[in-house]
Write a protein that binds this ligand. Sequence first.
Ligand SMILES: [Zn+2]
Length: 156
Amino acid sequence: MPPEVLEIYQVIFSKLDAKTGKTRKEIAAEYFAHFHKLLSGKRLEEVLKLLTGVGLLHEEPDPDDKRRMKFYNAMEKINTPLVGGNDNGSPPSAGVFNLDDLVSVGWTEDFGEKTCGVCGHAKPTAWQAKTNKHETIAICEDCVRIFQTKRERATS
Ligand SMILES: [Zn+2]
């Protein structure tokens, strides 16, 4: 993953919620607004293909106009509480940290059911994460996997 492609994801998509998609035209316009360079149609397709290929974005028809496609932040899914709530009937509390706030994850000996600080779900886990504000939070295995995948892609 070239760093400039990841930067495009960070700038344009990483803060989007799951319902807000971007059309190709909007992406090109935001690219220009931020980087002060034109993004050619060919380059845009390459960037979108890379980001959807690694699972950072997903492509779906625009609900307002099904003839065109929109691109959505696929990473937002893990921050969106599941519909229906958890086992005791109350809605899961939303996580307070974004994967981007984490600097490292580590395995501890303390295995047990904990509320994941990223997705907000209570899951059995022995993982913990350090945040960029020097806090230590519990993190579920699913979020760890996403964190590690993101990290590998960011550095390769
Ligand atoms: Zn989680």
